[in-house]
Ligand binder design. Structure first.
Ligand code: HEM
Ligand code: HEM
Length: 222
């Protein structure tokens, strides 16, 4: 009889894992700050999220094999096949990839609409000055509507993770530690050291916060 040998393999590099949990924290902070009317904090967190997502997309081109954006492209048929078989791919599954592309789209929409939004009192997103007041109204509308859709997507995402867990695929541990046990290709290296991602992130963060973030930051720390 054929016996499967499970080996431990590293699937998510340090940047992908930090990206994920920092994204969770920033979205919680963005919701909280908007709800409490702490608009300066909202802006600073928004710029942080912008640097985070931009770095993730760049890392999706130059980063680890399991971070590649090209590895997120699957046919819809692959989604059904993935539900039928019990195989766990190294990296994101086909249904997971659709979920992630949806998240990227929703978060980018939230960021761009936020940059053109206005609270109608004192604070305008940094791009609001370049667009008409109709566009600002539209951006505000999108910013509210899209956040509701993002919330549904998050609920769906967490439910999916719970269902996978019940079906015997614990995914959270790998997103925390980076490693998972796998029966395929022992010793195969699918992650890169993340230092370049961190350098890119720090550069983008400093650039954005020192331009658009200057005013809200000085308000927060005064
Ligand atoms: C992923 C990133 C973001 C998320 C999740 C987010 C979320 C939210 C939420 C939940 C609200 C409150 C909506 C409501 O009252 O129902 C809000 C309002 C607002 N956001 Fe964001 N936001 C993000 C990024 C940004 C960015 C980058 C900016 C601009 C720099 C921005 C500017 C604003 C403004 C001006 C408002 C107030 C609109 C109003 O007073 O009605 N947001 N945001
Ligand atoms: C604000 C809420 C959340 C957002 C926006 C979010 C977004 C994402 C994104 C974008 C990815 C893909 C990671 C990448 O390759 O870049 C991902 C993966 C993942 N997330 Fe979340 N997430 C959220 C909350 C959570 C929570 C609360 C959990 C834990 C219960 C969780 C567990 C996971 C796991 C395990 C994966 C990897 C799935 C796989 O193995 O393919 N997420 N999430």
């Amino acid at each position: 009889m054929h016996t499967q040998k499970n080996t431990t393999i590293k699937v998510w590099d340090g940047f992908i894992r930090s990206f994920h949990w920092l994204l969770v924290l920033s979205i919680a902070g963005l919701y909280f700050s908007a709800d409490e009317g702490m608009i300066e904090l909202h802006f600073v967190l928004g710029f942080f999220t912008l640097a985070l997502i931009a770095t993730r997309l760049i890392w999706g081109v130059i980063g680890s094999q399991t971070a590649k954006l090209s590895s997120l492209i699957h046919s819809p048929i692959a989604v059904f096949k993935s539900f039928k078989t019990n195989a766990q791919p190294i990296g994101h599954s086909a249904p997971g990839s659709y979920m992630i592309l949806a998240f990227f789209g929703l978060i980018i929409t939230q960021l761009i609409s936020g940059l053109m939004s206005s609270d109608g009192i004192l604070s305008d997103g940094p791009l609001a000055q370049y667009v008409s007041s109709d566009t600002i109204d539209f951006a505000n509308w999108i910013h509210h509507l899209n956040f509701d859709i993002l919330t549904y997507a998050i609920v769906f995402h967490v439910l999916a993770i719970v269902i996978y867990k019940i079906k015997g695929k614990p995914l959270v541990k790998a997103m925390v530690t980076g490693s998972t046990t796998h029966s395929l290709q022992p010793g195969k290296q699918v992650t890169k050291a993340p230092w370049l991602a961190w350098i890119i992130f720090i550069i983008l963060l400093v650039l954005i916060q020192s331009t658009w973030g200057r005013e809200p930051l000085s308000y927060l720390f005064s």
